[in-house]
Design a protein around this ligand. Structure first.
Ligand SMILES: Cc1cc2nc3c(=O)[nH]c(=O)nc-3n(C[C@H](O)[C@H](O)[C@H](O)COP(=O)(O)OP(=O)(O)OC[C@H]3O[C@@H](n4cnc5c(N)ncnc54)[C@H](O)[C@@H]3O)c2cc1C
Length: 438
C-alpha cells in the first residue's frame, strides 16, 4: 500500500482484548488498518469455560481473516448431532423407560441443526490461539481506560488511563464488555443505559471429563448438546475440546439484589445448586453430582432494562457486549460481536479519508442496532421459555418449540454478505443525509 493510502486509513484504538476485541483487531490488520488494543488486565483474560459459535459467526470470522476460523478449527470441535435436544429434566417418570435407562428424560422437542456447523471450544484456548496471530506490539496490557475526550477541535480522540498515562487515536472502539467504561462515558453518567442490570438469574459453570459425564448420564447425552427444561431453572450440557470434556451450565433464579456490580463472578458451593434441584429428575441430579465441591458462579447481567439508545457518538463507538450485553440463553452474544466486527471492519476498509470516521461509526451503529437489540430482548424471553414461564408458551412442548425455532432461525439464517453490503451502502449514503451523533 502507498504511504498516501496509509495516511487515509485511521489509527483505531480498541478498548478490551476479549474475544470480540481480538477478533476485530485481526480483521482490521487484515485490511491494513493500524490498531492498538488496550487491555486492563496484565494478560489475556478468558474463562476456563466453553463457548459455541454458529455458522454465521464462523462465516464472519472467515471474512474478517480466514486464520481466525482456522484457529477455531484447531481448538474446537463440530457438534455432529443432527438435533439440538430439549428435554423435560424435571418430571418424575416411572415405568419401562426408566427401568431401561435410569437417567431417561422425556424429549420435550428437538430442532434439526443439520448443516448449521456449530463449533464449540474452550474460551481460553481459542483466545490464546488468536493472540498468537497478533503482532507483538498490538496489545498493551495493564491499561484500564478511565475516560476519553472526543473534542471535535482536536485531530484525535484522547484516551486517559487509570495509571495516569494517555494515548490518542483517530477512532475508539469500546470492546470492553458488559461493564463497559466506554459506554459510561459515551452515554453519560446520568443515563441509566450506561450500566447493566441484574436479570435475577445466576449461572453456575463447570467443565468435567467426558468419561465421567458419559458414566453419569450416558454416552449419547454427554456427547451431544442437551438442554434440560423445568420450572424456574434450566441446565445445559455440551461437549468440548474434541469430545474430551463436557461443559455444564446451570441457571437458577435469584430474587436477591446482587451486592456488587463490579464483581459479577464468584464461587459457590455445590450444595447451593444441589438443593435447588433436589426434586428434579435423575439425569439433572446426576449432572449436579459431577460438579466439583466449589464451582464458578456468575450473576447474569444484561442491558435489557434500559436499552442502549445508539452505539456511536462522534469518533467513538461500542461493539460486542459493551453495546448489547445479553443474557446468555441464546448462546450467541460473542457470535453477534463477531458480526459487529465484520460490519465495522468492512465500513472502515471502505473509508477514503480518516476524517470520515464519524460517518463510518454512525453507519455501523444504524446497521447493527435492530438485530443486536432484538438479541438482548429475546435472550431474556428465551430463559422464560426454557423455564416454562413465558406467557405465550407455558409448559406446552409445541408452543415452546415454535418460540425457540423462530428465534434460533433468526440467529442462524442471517445473511452475512447482505449485512456487509448494507453496511457499506449506509456508510456511503451518510454523506447525503447527515444525521450523525456528534
Ligand atoms: C454462561 C455464558 C455462556 C455463554 N455462551 C456463549 C456461546 O456459547 N456463544 C456465544 O456466542 N456467546 C456466549 N456467551 C456470551 C459471550 O460470552 C459474550 O458475548 C462475549 O464473551 C463478549 O465478548 P466481549 O469481547 O464483547 O467482552 P468481554 O469478553 O467481556 O471482554 C471485555 C474485555 O475488556 C476488558 N476491559 C473491561 N473494561 C476495561 C477498561 N476500562 N479498560 C481496558 N480494558 C477493559 C476486559 O478485561 C476484557 O478483557 C455466553 C455468556 C455466558 C455468561
Amino acid at each position: 500500500m502507498s504511504d498516501k493510502c496509509e495516511e487515509k486509513r485511521p489509527h483505531v484504538a480498541i478498548i478490551g482484548s476479549g474475544l470480540v476485541g481480538v477478533i476485530f483487531a485481526l480483521g482490521l490488520l487484515k485490511r491494513n488498518i493500524k490498531v492498538t488494543l488496550y487491555e486492563q488486565s496484565h494478560d489475556l483474560n478468558e474463562l476456563g469455560a466453553g463457548i459455541a459459535f454458529t455458522g454465521v459467526a464462523q462465516e464472519c470470522m472467515r471474512q474478517l481473516d480466514p486464520r481466525i476460523l482456522e484457529a477455531l478449527r484447531r481448538v474446537g470441535n463440530e457438534n455432529v448431532t443432527a438435533y439440538n435436544r430439549y428435554v423435560d429434566g424435571y418430571s418424575q417418570v416411572t415405568g419401562e423407560q426408566r427401568e431401561e435407562d435410569p437417567t431417561f428424560e422425556p424429549l420435550f422437542f428437538q430442532l434439526p441443526i443439520d448443516g448449521m456447523k456449530f463449533w464449540a471450544c474452550h474460551r481460553a484456548h481459542f483466545l490464546n490461539e488468536l493472540a498468537k496471530l497478533l503482532p507483538g506490539n498490538v496489545i498493551v496490557f495493564q491499561k484500564r481506560l478511565a475516560t476519553y475526550v472526543d473534542d471535535e477541535n482536536r485531530p484525535t480522540v484522547m484516551l486517559h488511563f487509570e495509571d495516569g498515562s494517555m494515548a490518542e487515536a483517530d477512532a475508539v472502539i469500546g470492546c470492553d464488555g458488559i461493564k463497559s467504561r466506554v459506554r459510561q462515558v459515551l452515554l453519560g453518567p446520568d443515563n441509566p443505559a450506561s450500566l447493566p442490570s441484574y436479570t435475577h438469574r445466576a449461572a453456575y459453570r463447570a467443565v468435567v471429563p467426558i468419561e465421567a459425564a458419559a458414566a453419569a448420564i450416558g454416552t449419547d447425552k454427554a456427547n451431544n448438546q442437551c438442554l434440560h427444561m423445568g420450572p424456574g431453572s434450566h441446565v445445559l450440557n455440551y461437549p468440548l475440546a474434541n469430545y474430551t470434556l463436557m461443559n455444564i451450565v446451570i441457571f437458577l433464579r435469584d430474587w436477591d439484589v446482587w451486592p456488587n456490580i463490579e464483581k459479577m463472578a464468584g464461587s459457590a458451593h455445590k450444595t447451593e445448586v444441589a438443593s435447588a434441584f433436589a426434586h428434579w429428575g435423575p439425569a439433572v441430579r446426576s449432572i449436579i453430582e459431577l460438579l466439583p465441591e466449589e464451582l464458578a458462579k456468575w450473576a447474569i447481567f444484561d442491558l435489557g432494562t434500559h436499552p442502549v439508545p445508539f452505539y456511536a457518538k462522534g469518533r467513538v463507538c461500542m461493539a460486542g457486549d459493551a453495546a448489547h450485553g445479553s443474557a446468555p440463553h441464546h448462546g450467541a452474544g460473542a457470535g453477534f460481536g463477531v458480526e459487529d466486527a465484520l460490519a465495522l471492519a468492512s465500513i472502515l476498509e471502505e473509508m477514503e479519508e480518516s476524517t470520515h470516521i464519524v460517518q463510518a461509526l454512525h453507519a455501523f451503529s444504524s446497521v447493527r442496532y435492530e438485530r443486536t437489540q432484538w438479541l438482548v430482548r429475546s435472550s431474556r424471553e428465551t430463559a422464560d421459555i426454557y423455564e416454562w414461564t413465558y406467557h405465550e408458551s407455558g409448559s406446552d412442548p409445541d408452543k415452546c418449540k415454535e418460540q425457540i425455532e423462530q428465534r434460533t432461525r433468526k440467529i442462524w439464517d442471517y445473511d452475512v454478505d447482505a449485512m456487509v453490503t448494507e453496511a457499506k451502502e449506509v456508510y456511503r449514503a451518510s454523506f447525503q443525509f447527515s444525521t450523525v451523533n456528534k
